[in-house]
Ligand binder design. Structure first.
Ligand SMILES: Nc1ncnc2c1ncn2[C@@H]1O[C@H](COP(=O)(O)OP(=O)(O)OP(=O)(O)O)[C@@H](O)[C@H]1O
Ligand SMILES: [Mg+2]
Length: 424
């Protein structure tokens, strides 16, 4: 038996062809109704299986051409389509002379049985419907209706696909941006770490000689205060290089098991002073907080920097909230947050209702020397040290901020779990 299959989608043709050939049929294929009609006219086709929506000429038109042609009308035709919009589709197909209407996907057995039944009936000269049973005008009306409904469905499918693609593209862009940011921070860190290390040595030499010189002269000497200035500047520089080394994760640390709540409790008085009396500092420790394995002085550095920033952002009067919590990051969360790895984390959250920041600022805040403050107010090293400390401890930072509303920093620090080897 020679079967002509008509579909504009190559993989559909391939599947159908394999199935029919596997059942002993000869198969010819066409990408649209016009080509199919030419093949049918050339003769030797025993059955047509056609899709509906196709370019150049759709399946409905192909069916009408065949069934309205006295020479071809006896050739049986099956619609095999995925764009099913309702029972009207099948009713219309049968009215214009089709022998069967099958909706994809269907079991191979069902399709083969239908093919065999239609062929057997055709051989006996009893096609399910012999020729179209519909007036030309009605056919056109129904045809337009069916086509519009089908096209609407296709449009909706296409819109859904565009939405999905857009979402995937956004996610991809976010991952790429995250990767570029991580690489940039990595190389800035290497550079800063190398430079800071050499600077530190030289600053120590400058300070050492300046202090020696100071011992040799009287405080009344006009040079005395000049040398004091040299020492002060050298100390500030030394402080900056220390921060750079922290950013570059080259600061030596002495980690130990600690309870973050206790460490913060011990800092509250100092933090209260830092934020000042016009800013309300609230502290919400999570009871039963998991342990951390960290150098406590690093917690001091992190929290101090975050609170000073919050105070600067709030400016005159406002609120700063410090909280801790236990958080489990699962695969679902990490797939939506590039750079995060699943696991158990202790979170430290600092929220303020200050000036907030725009996206451009937020993207750069962890870069060393990035500051929006006046030179005497900020060096832009505070968050760089926070970043270095969190990374050194294999943690993550999440920042959300809205201009004029406030900012939230969430630090995820890995939970410490005592292993059997460490238990005694
Ligand atoms: N809580 C916050 N609200 C609004 N903007 C913030 C906040 N924290 C940081 N920023 C922005 O990030 C920038 C960088 O902060 P970072 O702490 O690294 O440097 P700095 O505070 O400017 O200077 P330094 O900390 O060295 O004194 C700030 O200048 C500010 O623009
Ligand atoms: Mg700061």
């Amino acid at each position: 038996m020679n079967i002509l299959i008509v579909d504009d989608h190559e993989p559909n043709l391939y599947l159908l062809e394999s199935l029919l050939k596997g059942n002993g049929h000869q198969v010819i294929s066409a990408p649209h109704g016009k080509k199919a009609f030419e093949i049918v006219q050339a003769g030797d086709i025993d059955l047509v299986i056609t899709d509906i929506l196709m370019p150049v000429m759709d399946g409905f038109q192909l069916c009408r051409r065949i069934k309205n042609d006295p020479v071809l009308t006896a050739i049986p035709l099956i619609f095999y389509t995925a764009t099913y919009t309702g029972p009207q589709d099948e009713a219309f197909a049968l009215k214009i002379g089709a022998d069967r209407f099958i909706v994809k996907p269907c079991e191979p057995d069902v399709l083969i049985t239908a093919v065999n039944e239609v062929m057997a009936a055709a051989q006996k000269g009893q096609s399910a419907v012999s020729g179209p049973v519909i007036e030309e005008e009605e056919a056109y009306k129904l045809y337009s209706e069916r086509l519009v409904t089908k096209l609407e469905q296709k449009m909706q499918e296409a819109e859904r696909e565009i939405e999905t693609r857009k979402k995937m593209e956004t996610e991809l862009r976010q991952s790429q941006a995250q990767l570029i940011h991580a690489r940039k921070m990595e190389s800035v860190g290497r550079l800063a770490g190398g430079v800071a290390h050499d600077y530190n040595n030289m600053i120590n030499v400058i300070m050492g000689f300046a202090e020696l010189a100071l011992e040799k002269i009287s405080p009344k000497d006009p040079l005395y205060s000049d040398i004091q200035e040299i020492i002060r500047a050298a100390r500030r520089t030394s402080d900056m290089t220390r921060k750079l080394l922290t950013f570059a994760r080259r600061q030596e640390v002495s980690p130990r098991v600690l309870d973050l709540n206790e460490t913060i409790d011990g800092m509250l008085k100092m933090l209260d002073q830092v934020t000042g009396k016009d800013i309300r500092l609230s502290w919400h420790p999570k009871p039963g907080l998991w342990d951390l394995f960290m150098d406590p002085s690093q917690i001091d550095q992190v929290l101090l920097n975050l609170c000073v920033n919050a105070k600067d952002a709030v400016d005159t009067a406002g609120r700063v909230v410090v909280e801790t919590d236990n958080t489990r990051l699962d695969d679902h969360f990490c797939s939506r947050h590039p750079g995060f790895i699943p696991g158990d984390f202790v979170t430290l959250t600092v929220t303020d209702d200050g000036c907030g920041m725009d996206d451009q600022t937020r993207e750069r805040i962890f870069e060393p020397f990035y500051t929006t403050k006046a030179p005497e107010k900020g060096t832009g090293l505070g968050l760089a040290t926070v970043y270095g400390i969190v990374k050194q401890n294999h943690g993550f930072i999440q920042v959300t901020s809205t201009p004029q509303q406030g900012t939230r920093f969430i630090l995820y620090l890995p939970r410490y779990v005592k292993t059997a080897a460490m238990s005694d």
